[in-house]
Design a protein around this ligand. Structure first.
Ligand code: M6R
Length: 614
């Protein structure tokens, strides 16, 4: 999504803002812009460019604008096409107020009509521009700066985080937050502003996360924080450790490759962390041991890859804890009938901890005072702050838009959690939990070794061969069905190949009509004998119709292996962990196809890493 970065202080701002935007660019990359207050002319100066941040950087070669107060933005288009005109910052009529914004102003049509009727002239198609114009008119009618802000936020509907730089207030900047995150890094005679602290990692470890529905007036050495009614709020400054090092490619061609190859380490770290946290786990998760003992049902919520992890984990909770688990697609959740039940628990799963749909689902449950927790990869995320408790996957920063190590560590944590709940309920013993941890470490080894075994052939032979296909079908059963969904998502997302996924049993109910030699079928096997036999029949049905089969099979599944046009054989692991064992290889195969096609792997078209709008 969009990212905002700002600076106010003793140094010039542009280098910092550009560096911060570069770190956050993976979240949105349709256009970029920068505005600053010129120390010479005392006027707002700005530059904007369509496309990547590098296009904006080129503009500075001709016009090297800079100042001690600066704001910048990278955009993921929601309102208006990707163009220089729609790039932020946006301005009021007189170009005395500049705004960069992440989020959506939902009532912008209505506000825009009113402002246009009052002679305001708009230059872009964005919802953001109305903020600058509305603020311009409110500053004229209110006696105090604060009064104008309180009125401004009372009129804006939606989710937003914005920075405002004003020519007439040359010593301060305004930050406003509702639902979208915003934070301030406190330096020595300087303040770093951003939609994510990653924007200023390494500059300071003192961070103020703006509470929801608050605004801050910031100078180089002061912060005044208010709620939306204008009442003062205390400054809850936290010390946060963010290592920028973790965000570098470390010699790999793409972040996605680096992150695929880090999975063994990430799984080990996650198991190690959970093992160490086992004694305090219910405190961390914001529930009691008694609550877990009484627990009748678990609800998992997420989007995209996190939703797929939840779909696989459904089997963990049902088969290990012997209780029903329900998985909710967070983007649909709030629009479905809701039935309150006792002894249920809601867990929001999200790599970023910021996905708007998942966050809103979490907020809905919180508002009903039902128990919630989040499983996320980002300790400083909004979900961590708002959920009743949290568990952190130890994947380390995931930069590529396509989720890889976040997925495998989510599966790891959920498998562990299912065992830990089963232990609390007396279904399994302490040594069973220890064995589950060992099983996870074995799978981490398998995941890495299978990539190693096949990587030469994939990179040099098969990626080339399969890059020519225009579409693909993905099949699985039981846990391998949601895994097939995840695999299809990966292929669409980074290689732009149309991919359709079905539970293999559904094949004969329609999709079989699509089978031809031009549509490879990815089939993901299972170690359960009954499920394997059913998958084998499905593979035979495909073969009998001249279909082309790419099979991920387990050791010893000879009949299935013999049907394949291309086969990857994976060592046997605990059956429920089959998807985790296949994860690295599937990701590497898809990555290699996308590379062969010359796709923008880390930043696929139209997508963003952190989807902070609904
Ligand atoms: O940060 P989250 O896990 O909440 O993100 C959810 C999805 O947007 C995300 O998994 C998306 O589907 C990935 N790009 C898939 O690779």
């Amino acid at each position: 999504m969009c990212s905002v970065v700002g600076y106010i202080g003793k140094n010039y701002s542009r280098a910092f803002v550009m560096e911060g935007l570069a770190r956050l660019e993976y979240r949105g990359y349709d256009s970029a812009g920068f505005a600053c207050l010129s120390p010479e002319s005392h006027r707002l100066l700005y530059a904007k460019a369509e496309g990547r941040l590098s296009n904006l950087a080129k503009k500075f070669e001709q016009t090297p604008i800079d100042g001690h107060l600066g704001i910048g933005h990278t955009r993921w288009s929601t309102h208006g096409v990707s163009s220089e005109n729609n790039a932020h910052p946006h301005f009021d009529c007189e170009k005395r107020i500049s705004v960069v914004h992440n989020g959506i102003i939902e009532n912008h049509h209505e506000l825009k009509s009113k402002l246009q009727a009052g002679d305001h002239v708009f230059y872009s198609d964005t919802d953001t521009e109305i903020v600058a114009h509305l603020f311009e008119s409110l500053l004229l009618t209110h006696q105090t700066f604060k009064g104008a802000i309180v009125d401004l936020v009372s009129q804006l509907e939606g989710a937003y985080a914005f920075l405002v730089l004003m020519q007439d207030f040359p010593d301060q900047m305004l930050l406003v937050r509702k639902r979208s995150p915003l934070c301030i890094g406190i330096g020595d005679d300087e303040m770093f502003l951003g939609s994510d602290l990653l924007g200023f990692a390494g500059r300071t470890d003192k961070v103020l996360f703006l509470p929801d529905e608050s605004f801050a007036i910031v100078t180089r050495d002061t912060i005044q924080l208010y709620d939306f009614k204008g009442a003062s709020l205390p400054l809850n400054v936290q010390t946060v450790d963010v290592r920028w090092m973790d965000f570098e490619k470390q010699g790999h061609e793409h972040y996605m490759l680096k992150e695929i190859l880090e999975q063994k380490r990430a799984i080990h770290d996650t198991v190690g962390f959970l093992h160490g946290a086992s004694g305090q786990i219910w405190d961390l998760l914001g529930v009691s041991s008694d609550f877990i003992k009484q627990l009748h049902k678990i609800n998992l919520m997420g989007c995209g890859t996190s939703w797929h992890a939840a779909r696989i984990a459904q089997f963990f909770f049902e088969e290990i804890c012997l209780m029903p688990a329900r998985v909710h697609l967070a983007s649909e959740f709030r629009f479905m009938p809701f039935f309150t039940e006792t002894n249920t628990w809601y867990i929001a799963i999200s790599q970023s901890g910021e996905t708007a749909d998942t966050l809103e689902a979490l907020r809905m449950i919180n508002s009903m005072k039902l128990p919630t927790a989040t499983l996320t990869n980002v300790a400083s995320s909004t979900m961590v702050r708002e959920a009743g408790g949290f568990l952190l996957t130890q994947a380390g920063p995931e930069v590529a838009v396509a989720s890889t190590k976040a997925f495998s560590t989510q599966l790891t944590a959920l498998y562990w959690l299912a065992h830990r709940i089963a232990l609390e309920k007396g279904i399994i013993s302490e040594s069973d939990l220890g064995r589950a941890e060992e099983d996870l470490l074995v799978v981490a080894e398998v995941l890495e070794n299978t990539i190693e075994n096949y990587k030469f052939d994939i990179a040099n032979k098969w990626a080339k061969q399969y890059a020519h296909y225009k579409r693909a079908i993905f099949l699985g059963r039981h846990t391998s069905y949601p895994f097939a969904m995840e695999s299809a998502l990966k292929l669409k997302e980074i290689a732009y190949i149309f991919s359709q996924c079905y539970p293999a049993g559904e094949l004969k109910h329609g999709p079989l009509a699509l089978v031809d030699a031009e549509t490879p079928i990815f089939l993901f096997s299972h170690q359960d004998e009954l499920i394997y036999q059913k998958l084998l029949s499905n593979a035979q049905e495909v073969k009998a119709r001249g279909g082309h089969l790419i099979i991920f099979a387990f050791d010893g599944q000879t009949e299935l292996i013999e049907l394949a046009n291309l086969v990857f054989v994976i060592p046997r692991v605990k059956p429920l962990l089959g998807p985790l064992a296949m994860t690295g290889l599937m990701q590497f195969f898809v990555y290699s196809i996308a590379k062969e096609l010359g796709c923008a792997i880390d930043k696929p078209r139209n997508l963003a890493k952190s989807v902070t709008v609904e």
